[in-house]
Design a protein around this ligand. Structure first.
Ligand code: SAM
Ligand code: SF4
Ligand code: SF4
Length: 364
């Protein structure tokens, strides 16, 4: 730790002959997917992510000068793409709160893989501003969106977003995104026992036969402020059982290695759903995701307590080759497998929890 409390920048190897190009971490996992948090702010206060008691009016959000600029993000993304990243996901906080996000989308959509292919550029959003922004995002080069929606019932949804936001406005955002071709659209529902688990079957019913893929996410112990408790997790197996009782499901092959959601289809041809079992069935084995925080720290795991300060390298005037070598060196030693070890040891709450960064900062 530096005297001003910042994490030291990643070490730049003395020799820059390796590692460049495609990478494999200490467990043989490639680097394929980069999630970029563009803001730590949000207009929702979801109880499982940014509870009001912590994220109140006195909460110290990052000052604008700390945020990576669009030019800095694009420069880092270029380095990651040269190391094998083919998929970029913009997230936050609420990414659509970042001013002129379309300009960043445009800059990122001009990047190409070493093989000359365009990237897959996606965005995860709470949907609140989507109806307004869908067309301009599409025009800028965004490929797809994932929209979070935890309930179809206004009372339950408002209890979860805690800012009185109505379901109809999110549904309007989803429809607008579909109309402009930002699909296939995925809908993320975080299931919290006693809060919205009664909505599992109604959500499945509503989205069955629609162009949208509903994904049920196990409530995770991410960050340090949501008061997570194992008893509030509904295992994906239970979700599948509840849906299957009314609408039989058949399991499907993964689309690709490292896919977070297990895929299931309705036996009657009514489309598919995804189950993200981050707690009961860890998928670290194929995890090829890196995360870039709003202020430019690289996190090699969602549950990491420490990031590596790439912004320091950018602002210290380091060359692309030096930054590339630093990213390569960090990925090469990566051995994160938090969810697997947590599954093995599940005893309740992790003792290092206080030190973990929040999901709104690191990007979900
Ligand atoms: N604000 C955007 C949104 O809500 O879609 C993007 C950021 S949010 C942190 C990304 C995703 O993480 C959302 O789908 C959200 O539901 C999910 N998420 C947040 N906290 C979670 C938790 N404790 N467990 C599981 N998923 C969580
Ligand atoms: Fe905001 Fe998304 Fe977190 Fe909800 S899940 S508080 S919308 S960042
Ligand atoms: Fe990847 Fe870490 Fe999640 Fe495992 S716990 S899947 S290593 S982000």
């Amino acid at each position: 730790m530096l005297s001003d409390g910042r994490a030291p920048p990643p070490a730049i190897p003395a020799r820059l002959d390796a590692p460049t190009g495609l990478l494999a971490d200490a467990l043989g996992r490639p680097l394929h997917d980069l999630r970029i948090s563009v803001t730590d702010r949000c207009n929702f206060r979801c109880v499982y992510c940014m509870p009001k008691e912590v994220f109140d009016k006195d909460y110290a959000y990052l000052p604008h000068s700390s945020l990576l600029s669009f030019e800095e993000i694009t420069r880092l993304a270029t380095v990651f793409v040269a190391h094998g990243v083919e998929k970029l996901r913009l997230t936050g906080g609420e990414p659509l709160l970042r001013k002129n996000l379309e300009r960043l989308v445009g800059m990122l959509s001009s990047l190409r893989t070493p093989g000359g292919r365009a990237l897959d550029i996606t965005l995860t959003t709470n949907g609140s501003l989507l109806a307004k922004k869908a067309q301009s995002l599409k025009d800028a080069g965004l490929n797809r969106v994932t929209v979070s929606l935890d309930s179809l019932d206004d009372t339950t949804f408002k209890r979860m977003n805690d800012v009185d936001f109505a379901v109809a406005d999110v549904l309007a955002g989803i429809d607008a995104a579909h109309a402009v071709g930002l699909g296939p659209i995925k809908i993320n529902m975080v299931v919290k026992a006693g809060m919205n688990d009664q909505e599992i079957v109604p959500m499945a019913r509503h989205f069955k036969g629609s162009p949208y893929i509903l994904r049920f996410i196990e409530y995770m112990d991410v960050g340090a402020s949501n008061g997570w408790n194992l008893a509030e997790v509904i295992p994906s197996a239970d979700v599948a059982r509840r849906i299957s009782a009314e609408m039989p499901l058949v399991s499907l092959q993964a689309n690709y290695n490292g896919e977070t959601a297990a895929r299931w289809r309705y036996a009657d041809g009514g489309g598919e759903i995804g189950l993200i079992s981050s707690v009961t069935q860890a998928f670290c084995k194929d995890c090829s995701r890196a995360r870039l925080s709003t202020e430019g720290k690289l996190y090699t795991c969602l549950f990491a307590s420490r990031g590596h300060d790439l912004r320091a390298l950018l602002r210290d005037g380091r060359s692309d080759a030096e930054i590339s070598a630093a990213v390569g060196a960090l990925w090469n030693v990566r051995a994160d497998r938090y969810s697997e070890t947590r599954t093995i040891n599940t005893s309740g709450i992790d003792e290092h929890r206080e030190k973990r960064v929040e999901m709104s900062y690191i990007g979900g």
